[in-house]
Design a protein around this ligand. Structure first.
Ligand code: G1P
Length: 294
């Protein structure tokens, strides 16, 4: 399965903070925002990843993430000159996806929770169709909203409805079979001029091929669409990391735990950031895992 991180858009809702820098490159506490969705895809076991961003930001993402080999994965890049909607990722990324299945994650979405990996691995294994996630929020009208029937099956999905039929928002993490490429290619833009991911999901729903998994209350999901959400996510990461002494969505750590990189590569990453707390964390990890500090 291939993976796509959509990190395009002009971030106008966060202006002027995002006037000259991509939103997805802003730090969420101790690391760039894009490290979080990247880590999520890595946890799902996806190692071939396409980053889609604006042409102006391309060199910055490339500078940050390079070819991905430092994380034991492969990262390639494509640019999207105008933000034409989330489903456009499957038009821009068509050649990259080829004949594979594909997972898409939004570059400003942060997921955290015990069992996240298992949840994604089971979504990945679902075979044909689509697997998406619903998460209870207090402000569903800002999102795609899923309505469930009495048996817990999805009955409808609406994009930013004025009168939401439930509190369950569709989170920005989607697993699709290869049909998504043609579904996206055939979509008409919505009233807001975008090719909507909700329309993709509706197509799967009509084919009875949409699996909606609820992410329970033990999970945390942030969509960094406002200054409030931004600072909340920063605080969340800071609090957890300080309390536990463990870092959230550290790609080097995930790569090491998943045996995608060697202890020597972990050490090299630690040394490259040796003056930061992040680098010290990687160094401690190396020491513990290689028995230096048993
Ligand atoms: C998009 C999708 C929406 C989804 C949300 C998740 O919203 O259109 O269905 O719930 O991402 O972050 P947008 O970012 O376009 O406001």
């Amino acid at each position: 399965m291939k993976g796509i991180i959509l990190a395009g858009g002009s971030g106008t809702r966060l202006y002027p903070a995002t006037l000259v820098i991509s939103k997805q490159l802003l730090p969420i506490y101790d690391k760039p925002m894009i490290y979080y969705p990247l880590s999520t895809l890595m946890l799902a076991g996806i190692t071939d990843i396409l980053v889609i961003c604006t042409p102006a930001d391309l060199h910055l993402f490339e500078k940050l993430l390079r070819d991905g080999s430092q994380f034991g994965i492969h990262i390639s890049y494509a640019s999207q000159s105008t933000p034409r909607g989330i489903a456009d990722a499957f038009i821009v990324g068509r050649d990259f996806v080829g004949s594979d299945d594909v997972a898409l994650i939004l570059g400003d979405n942060i997921f955290f929770g015990h069992g996240l990996r298992e949840l994604m691995v089971s979504a990945k294994k679902n075979g044909t169709g689509a697997s998406i996630f619903a998460y209870r929020v207090s402000d569903p009208d800002r999102y795609g909203v899923v309505e469930f029937d009495n048996t817990g099956r999805a009955r409808s999905i609406e994009e930013k409805p004025q009168f939401p039929k439930s509190h369950f928002a569709v989170a920005g993490l989607y697993f699709y079979d290869n049909r998504v490429l043609n579904i996206a290619a055939d979509l008409e833009p919505s009233a807001r001029g975008e090719i909507e991911i909700t329309d993709v999901n509706m197509q799967y729903l009509k084919k009875q091929a949409l699996h909606v998994q609820v992410m329970g209350r033990g999970f945390t999901w942030f969509d960094i669409g406002t200054h409030e959400a931004y600072i909340e996510a920063c605080k969340f990461v800071q609090i957890l990391e300080q309390r536990q002494g463990l870092r959230i969505c550290c790609p080097e750590e995930i790569a090491f735990e998943m045996q995608l990189i060697s202890p020597e590569m972990l050490l090299a990453a630690a040394e490259a950031a040796s003056r930061s707390q992040y680098g010290l964390y990687l160094r401690d990890l190396y020491n513990i895992k290689t028995g230096v500090n048993k």
